[in-house]
Design a protein. Structure first.
Lengths: 272, 279
């Protein structure tokens, strides 16, 4: 696959290669095609949303990007490393957060963060944790077991864990699922500020269309393991003649859309 | 928010094997042990109960069995060394399934942690847990039954090490099977080791087994170790042949167990098992 270079929205204005390159990717489980020949490129510094109904292939795609799952066919490159074979070259500079993957419940919050700080090779463990405690307002429950926390508190701790290594790439599976509107808004605001300050790339899977409209530069719409449309939220809404992304999502999920843009197989770069 | 800068070295190459990551995983289990006295008590409880039970049996057999009377410590030493094997197995498999119970495997494997570091940390945790388990029982034998197992001297260290390694071999194999077949297979932690107990010749010599079972027994490090222990207690001789058989078969079995575990990790990546684990 040819390399794509693009100016990214980092303060430095570097020219660097895409953060994610997915080419003709397939994954099947016992004959069921979970991901069916998708290709896309994500540029550095962008926030891209992976949308689709349940079973569309979002989590499977994210798992392959993280090196947790081997593709049946095709290629995944993250920060230039082929996944999962070369994952150890890049796992230190990316991270992951999902409400469906826990931290040990019996361990206190500070213990969990300390363990992961060591796993990521953080030099100043106490200093880094102190920064995140301040940023994410974890002080009130730092000494409580993770399993005793509310959903909102757990999300903040999971976010702190995913920020320990100040990742260049963050993969987030439904980062605000089951959160109340206030906490959800706080998390979205934090992610916006994080990307703005660091120029990090964020790929998120979400079912919250308002969240996607707010955070994402670009959207990849998935259905039955394929990318059935992509573009910026505004473009998609305009192209489908709808008022908001939720209506576009329903059109695509139900297969009632009059206009479906770039189909699967497209390798057009997405991002800022 | 003023500290959100990505350091220049965030993507610096990571070492292929990091003791710090091994330590981090051990820390995860030590934090739990440190705070949970019921867990610590449970580790020491069963070996002590076993010791008390077999101690009284030894006292009884002393008057009724010339074989036991010849070497008073033979049953007590056997029960203690059997617990080394049993606890070393659990010392690997329980911390591993604890990661599955807590749905933490995916978090671990998206970090820079390598499979070899995970295995190393499990083996070291096994050593820690085994020492916590059997040390109180070893000291208990002295005041209750006047048996000082440390009298075995350096051979005791050889027996301990061989059984510890064989226990970790079983633990690694069982962990690999649980990774592949899920938490429904978690009882293998306890069942697997008992399958080997009859052919390990813990409380009796190998030669009382049927001929074909003797072949099986002598392929295992455990049978050679218990034969070696009886050699020291009855004849005062350290049987080097049994020792070398135990070391050699341990080396082969440990290599096979690690390769099996790595293969199952690869299978887990193909079948998507790392994201699905949990209760």
């Amino acid at each position: 696959m040819p390399l794509r270079f693009s100016k990214v929205s980092q303060p430095h204005g570097w020219f660097i290669r895409p953060v994610i390159e997915v080419s003709n990717l397939y994954k099947s489980f016992n004959g069921v095609q979970a991901v069916n020949g998708i290709s896309f490129v994500i540029k550095a510094g962008s926030t891209v949303a992976l949308l689709g109904g349940n079973g569309a292939g979002k989590t499977t795609t994210i798992s392959m990007l993280l090196g947790l799952l081997s593709p049946t066919k095709g290629e995944v490159k993250v920060l230039g490393a082929r996944m999962p074979d070369e994952r150890h070259k890049v796992l230190g500079c990316m991270n992951f957060s999902s409400p469906y993957v826990d931290l040990p419940k019996r361990l206190k919050v500070w213990e969990n963060l300390t363990i992961y700080a060591h796993l990521y090779g953080i030099r100043d463990v106490k200093g880094r944790i102190a920064e995140l405690v301040e940023d994410l307002e974890l002080g009130a429950f730092l000494k409580r077991p993770f399993g005793d926390l509310s959903a909102g508190q757990k999300t903040r701790v999971a976010l702190a864990k995913s920020l320990l290594n100040a990742p260049k790439l963050m993969l987030m599976d439904e980062p605000t699922a089951s959160l109340d509107p206030d906490t959800g808004d706080w998390v979205r605001g934090y992610l916006e500020r994080y990307r703005e300050r660091t120029g990090a790339t964020i790929l998120l899977a979400s079912h919250n269309m308002a969240e996607v409209e707010r955070l994402a530069d670009q959207v990849l719409m998935m259905r039955e393991g394929k990318i059935v449309d992509q573009g910026s939220p505004t473009d998609l809404i305009h192209r489908h003649g709808r008022d908001n992304l939720e209506q576009v999502f329903l059109d695509i999920a139900r297969g009632t859309s009059a206009d479906q843009g770039p189909q699967d197989g497209s390798q057009e770069g997405v991002g800022a | 928010m003023n500290k959100m800068q990505i350091p220049d070295d965030v993507c610096a190459p990571q070492p292929k094997f990091s003791l710090r990551r091994v330590f981090a995983l051990m820390l995860r289990h030590l934090y739990v042990l440190r705070r949970s006295w019921p867990r610590l008590l449970e580790l020491a409880y069963w070996p002590m109960i076993q010791m008390i039970l077999w101690g009284f049996m030894t006292k009884f057999f002393m008057g009724h069995s010339t074989w036991v009377a010849e070497a008073a410590g033979v049953l007590i030493s056997a029960v203690l060394l059997w617990d080394v094997l049993f606890r070393a197995n659990l010392g690997v498999s329980l911390p591993f399934i604890e990661e599955m119970w807590s749905r933490n495997l995916a978090q671990l494997f998206v970090s820079p942690l390598r499979d070899s570091e995970l295995i190393t940390s499990l083996i070291l945790m096994s050593l820690v847990r085994t020492l916590i388990s059997v040390t109180p029982a070893a000291f208990l034998a002295m005041p209750f039954y006047d048996v000082w197992v440390f009298e075995l001297g350096l051979p005791l260290l050889a027996f301990f090490t061989n059984l510890l390694i064989f226990g970790t071999v079983i633990g690694i194999t069982v962990s690999a099977l649980i990774l592949r077949y899920g938490l429904g297979a978690e009882s293998l932690c306890w069942l697997g080791i008992f399958l080997l107990a009859p052919v390990s010749a813990i409380y009796y010599p190998v030669d009382i087994l049927p001929g074909w079972l003797q072949v099986v027994a002598l392929a295992l490090p455990s049978a050679h170790t218990f034969e070696g222990m009886r050699g020291v207690l009855f004849d005062g001789v350290f049987a080097w042949d049994h020792f070398f058989w135990a070391v050699g078969s341990n080396a082969v079995l440990l290599t096979l167990a690690v390769l099996f575990f790595l293969h199952m990790m690869k299978m887990a990546r193909v079948k998507g098992l790392l994201m699905q684990q949990g209760e």
